[in-house]
Design a protein around this ligand. Structure first.
Ligand code: DHB
Length: 488
């Protein structure tokens, strides 16, 4: 409203040329929004060779570097994106003007992330998808965001929750605002990320067009456009943070930590609390499994994700290697064409867990997540009553009053419980079976929540794979083409 009024006043001044310059200066807000226009000519031409499933492909693409996506950035180094548009693949000209857009955030560890320079292919999950998407003729947007390490000269933490998700929403709004100027179909944005970035891609895709972030977006001078995305592909999302300690102890509570001792009493208490949380979600398992509870969740994971992952892995092995794997892992029964095993044996196979107790809201405030929920000039805070009360010894202690809303603003499960209509309806969710950065239930509860809402979910696990793995990138690229209806 306010912006429109200012533009009108400005238009009158522009009619008299001598006032036009003054209008530019006076009407900073309107000018700022104008600055959010994407310049289609501001690219360099780059080439790269991409090893695809079939063969190496030479891709020529237009590269738009360090495009600032908000009018009033706090730090341009992070609040900018890059755009890669394929124009030639193996010598054949291609037109990506209507192609799906793979929007890949580069967040890791909830730290600040920058895309201000050309990133080499580091063999990581993100780089693999980015390069294969380009070679498939899709537009790739890589977005940076502020993170928990960003501190102003006065000591204020500028990138703690909800800064990263606000930035990614601003990036989506920028793309939508520039629909027709920015190459690709801005109604077919597929958000992806890995780990903390996976969590943020899931959050971006579940919270589309929620008004909760409006005041933060307005402060940044974000474009006035929809921030809903079409699809999402979170890899090993570190999410549902305020319930992740309970889930972790239920899942990995019996697994040893190296080195050091685990606080068995705290582990038991957290694990017990998970039963009530899981029940409160009222989720149904896939394929008519019924209500998911801590009583049946182990067998649900085996049946739905773990045994199929083991089966796929073992099926792909040459006979001799399969025999040798099975000889080393006698807890797995190979029933001709599929693997069978029990949940406790799977847990023993995974072995040492990565994190202590509690895994996320550390008693000593030392975790990445404690910092992510810092605020003002305070570097780290508790974000669960369990850890706050345990650490302070005060059974009546309460979270800082600004935290409950911020915690919700960081949690895709919050938006799924609300059935947010602006959420993405197509999902590709992946995690490795040996990834103990968070509980496997975090990932399967995300999938089940979406499935229960009737969304299109392709969720799977990679057998024996650790944190950040991506073992079916070619299938993901094909999936993007299918769900977006893009013929190429
Ligand atoms: C990441 C990993 C973690 O274990 C965590 O707690 C937060 C973020 C990451 O790799 O991004």
């Amino acid at each position: 409203m306010q912006r429109r009024a200012m533009l009108k006043g400005c238009a009158a001044a522009v009619a008299v040329p001598m006032f036009a310059a003054a209008c530019d200066v006076l009407d900073g807000s309107a000018k700022a929004v104008e600055e959010l226009a994407f310049d289609p000519g501001a690219f360099t031409v780059e080439t790269k060779t991409v090893a695809t499933f079939e063969r190496d492909k030479k891709v020529t693409y237009q590269f738009y570097e360090s495009v600032v996506y908000v009018a009033k950035p706090v730090d341009k180094a992070y609040q900018s994106l890059s755009v890669s548009v394929p124009v030639e693949i193996d010598g054949a000209t291609i037109d990506a003007s209507k192609a799906p857009i793979l929007l890949s955030n580069s967040v890791g560890g909830y730290l600040s992330s920058s895309v201000t320079s050309r990133e080499p292919d580091d063999g990581g999950a993100r780089a693999k998808n980015r390069d294969l998407a380009l070679a498939a003729g899709y537009v790739v947007v890589e977005s940076g965001a502020r993170g928990r390490d960003l501190v102003a000269p006065d000591g204020t933490y500028q990138g703690v929750a909800p800064a990263a998700i606000v930035d990614l929403k601003a990036a989506v709004r920028y793309l939508r605002h520039n629909s027709g100027r920015v190459p690709g179909n801005t109604d077919r944005i597929v958000a992806t990320g890995v780990s903390a970035g996976g969590a943020l891609s899931a959050l971006l895709a579940t919270s589309g067009d929620s008004g909760m972030y409006d005041r933060y977006l307005a402060d940044l001078g974000a474009a006035d456009a929809s921030d809903a995305v079409f699809a999402a592909a979170p890899y090993c999302p570190i999410t549902d943070l305020e319930h992740a300690d309970m889930a972790y102890e239920w899942n990995w509570g019996a697994n040893p930590l190296r080195p050091g001792e685990l606080d068995a009493a705290a582990s038991r208490e957290l694990s017990t609390a998970f039963t009530e949380y899981q029940a409160s979600l009222e989720l149904r398992g896939k394929n008519g499994f019924g209500r998911l509870t801590t009583g049946n969740y182990g067998s649900y994971l085996v049946r739905t994700y773990l045994a199929p992952a083991a089966t796929a892995y073992l099926t792909a092995l040459p006979d001799a290697d399969r025999s040798s794997y099975l000889a080393d892992n006698t807890w797995i029964t190979w029933a001709g064409d599929r693997a069978e095993f029990a949940w406790p044996d799977f847990l023993a196979h995974v072995g040492a867990r990565k994190k202590g107790v509690p895994a996320f809201d550390a008693f000593d405030l030392s975790s990445a997540e404690n910092n992510e929920f810092g605020g003002g000039t305070v570097e780290a805070r508790h974000f669960t009553l369990f850890s706050l009360r345990h650490a302070t010894g005060d059974p009546a202690a309460q979270l800082d009053s600004d935290l409950p809303e911020k915690i919700s603003m960081m949690n895709p499960m919050f938006f799924l419980r609300q059935r947010n209509p602006g959420r993405a309806k197509h999902w590709w969710i992946r995690v490795g079976t040996k990834d103990t950065d968070t509980a496997l239930t975090i990932v399967s509860n995300l999938a089940a929540s979406l499935e229960n809402l009737g969304d299109d979910v392709d969720a799977a696990m990679y057998w024996d794979a650790g944190h950040g793995s991506n073992e079916d990138a070619a299938d993901f690229i094909e999936w993007i083409g299918r769900v977006t209806g893009y013929a190429g």
